[in-house]
Structures are given as C-alpha cells and as structure tokens.
Design a binder for this molecule. Structure first.
Ligand SMILES: [Zn+2]
Length: 354
C-alpha cells in the first residue's frame, strides 16, 4: 500500500534543535513493512509502507530488499540518515535471540542458504547501523504492551497470545521482551495445557506441528482448526455446510461463520478461548503479568464477536482475587503494523539504555 501524504510526518531531526530516530523493519513472507519512531516516542508513519520481501529468492536478495525498504522510509519521512541511531528488525522464527535463522530451516525461509543465516548481522553490515533483532511474535507483543500502557510501559508486564497459522506472541516484563537463553522464551504455542474439560467426549487429543500433543497451538491456531478441531466437530454436525470442502479452505471460513453465530463455529471458538484462558492461567502463576492481550484473526472480527471472544478468554483464565483486582484484558491493536512498530520500540529501548 502506498502511504498518502497525510500518513507521513517529517522526522523531528529534520528540523533544527530536535532529536534522533530509530527505524523499524518488519520482514514477512511476502512483504516488508517499515516505520520510523522519534526520540520522543512518536511514530512518523500511520499506515503500512511495504515492499516485496523476496525471502523466497534467498538471503542476499532479501537483505537487499530490506535495505531498499530502509532507504525508502527515510525518503518518505525526510529523515537524514545521520539521525538514525539504530534499526529494529523482526522476522518470523524460528531464529536465535540474535537473529540467526534456525539451522533446520523455517517455513518462511525455505532456501538452503537460509539455514543458520545471520540475518541481523547481514542487515547491519549492509546498512552500516546497529540492528536489534526480535522474532515477529515478540515484536508484536512489545508493540501491544507500549500501545496499551503508554508512558507507564516500563513499569508494567504483559503476555500476548496472537492466533494465526500458529499461536505466537510473547512476554514483556518491565517494558522489555523476555527472550530467554536461546531466544525461545515466550513460545506460548508450545506450552502444554490441561485437556481435561476442554475436549468433548470422544474428541482425540490434538497434535501440533512441533511434535507435542495437547499444547496451546494444537487448539488455538488456524492450523488446529484445519487439522484437529474442524474434522472432529464435523462428525458432530452432519450435513454442515463446511463438510466436503477442502479442509484448508473450510478452516478459513470458520471465523465468519462464528460471527454469524453458527453452532459448529461457536464450539470451535469456545475451545480456542478455553485454550488461551488455560495458557493465561499458567502465565498468571508464572510471571503474574499486569495485562493479557489477544491478537490475530480471531479478534480481527466484528466488535460483537471480538468482545465475546475476549470475555470467554477472560472467563477461562483462573485468576486469584488479588489478581482480578489489578489485571486487564485487551486486544492487540494494529496487528499489521505491530511487527515494524515493536521492532522500532526494541531499537529505541536499546538506544535509551533503559
Ligand atoms: Zn506445539
């Protein structure tokens, strides 16, 4: 999407006496999205500023495409390169905490040359500026945290569950992403949750692409709908309109059916809400965060459906009385921009050294 002039403001550094900026670059399977964040915490771009990510053409082409995205966002915002202190990069995982793509490869990075590729360092050498890396789930969690808490972000903690093809998200403590020793903290989708009372009578224990059975992603993801939930619930709703359709296409229709109150779809979303609630219950006993965020397709729906889903998640999160009084539940905003914005926030945090 091309930004309109109204979407873009000049960098404060472009004017005498004002400060520095950081750039956020979100690398996805199809597109990169870029943003600029000022030293005062203001985003200079309201919408998406995208170019083709070309990750399928291998690392060299993809790094060049990200560099082009970087140059273009500087042009659009009139930001002199000298004002840029750091660049935040986020990509889909799996990758190390420092942005080395998994040696086993990754869905988005299929070419052999990607295996073990140090994406962060390659971009850093290409553009000659410090690059701070986060996986896309952690970047989105960081943006959700800052968007919700604003000036108070550094004093707060949160957990974000983002329902997409898989279940992503992240943990933020005192305004910073918890990365873990190997970059695997906040892999919420692969946390085991109790299945008793979640599955219907006769429903098989669902399995996840990661090799686990009964983890959060095996219920709360689009893949889970296609492989686990829909095949089972179709046996309970004979003659349903989704029966006989290609499973992948059928899974994508479940949300709009949910918005219309279709009983099969409601069973599926109730199970997903229960899975996320049980995941949040684990979080409540683990890091006891001050906020619980839900994002992704499941809440990019009509306001009524979104509110219903969030209320169901909340109902299935078993909090203690002391927690109920202080915690909040909310939706992850602007998910399409959350990666670039979260990546920029991470870079700004490093520059500020707080
Ligand atoms: Zn898993």
């Amino acid at each position: 999407m091309q930004p309109t002039p109204d979407d873009v403001r000049p960098a404060p550094g472009a004017h005498p006496g004002s400060g520095w900026v950081v750039v956020g670059l979100d690398n996805g399977g199809t597109c990169n999205n870029a943003t600029v964040l000022s030293d005062s915490g203001e985003f200079l771009v309201d919408g998406l500023v995208e170019n083709e990510s070309r990750v399928k053409d291998g690392p060299e082409v993809a790094v060049a495409s990200l560099a082009a995205s970087f140059e273009r966002i500087l042009d659009l915002t009139g930001t002199p390169r000298a004002f840029v202190r750091a660049v935040g990069l986020d990509t889909p995982g799996p990758a190390s905490a420092d942005g080395v793509i998994s040696s086993k490869g990754a869905t988005n990075f299929s070419q052999a040359a990607w295996r073990g590729f140090d994406f962060r360092r390659a971009l850093e050498s290409r553009i000659g500026l410090p690059v701070v890396y986060n996986n896309d789930g952690n970047a989105a969690a960081l943006y959700a945290h800052y968007a919700f808490f604003g000036a108070d972000a550094a004093q707060q903690s949160s957990v974000s569950a983002i329902v997409g093809t898989g279940l992503g998200g992240g943990l933020v403590e005192a305004g910073r992403v918890i990365r873990g020793a190997a970059g695997m903290a906040g892999e919420l989708g692969h946390v085991h949750i109790p299945m008793e009372g979640l599955l219907a009578d006769g429903q098989p224990v669902p399995s996840c692409n990661c090799g686990f059975s009964g983890d959060a992603e095996s219920v709360a993801s689009l893949t889970a709908i296609e492989k686990n939930l829909l095949p089972f619930w179709l046996t309970r709703f004979p003659g349903h309109q989704l029966a006989g359709l290609d499973p992948h296409m059928a899974a994508k229709q479940v949300r709009s059916l949910g918005e219309q109150g279709d009983p099969l779809a409601m069973e599926i979303f109730e199970q997903q809400a229960k899975a996320i609630g049980r995941l949040f219950t684990i979080a409540s006993n683990f890091t006891d965060p001050s906020a619980y965020f839900v994002g992704g397709g499941v809440v990019e729906a009509t306001p009524e459906f979104r509110e219903w889903f969030l209320a169901r998640v909340r109902a299935h999160t078993a909090l203690r009385g002391e927690q109920i009084d202080v915690v909040r539940f909310a939706v992850v905003p602007d998910l399409d921009m959350a990666g670039a914005r979260g990546a920029a926030i991470a870079a700004r945090t490093i520059v500020l050294g707080d």
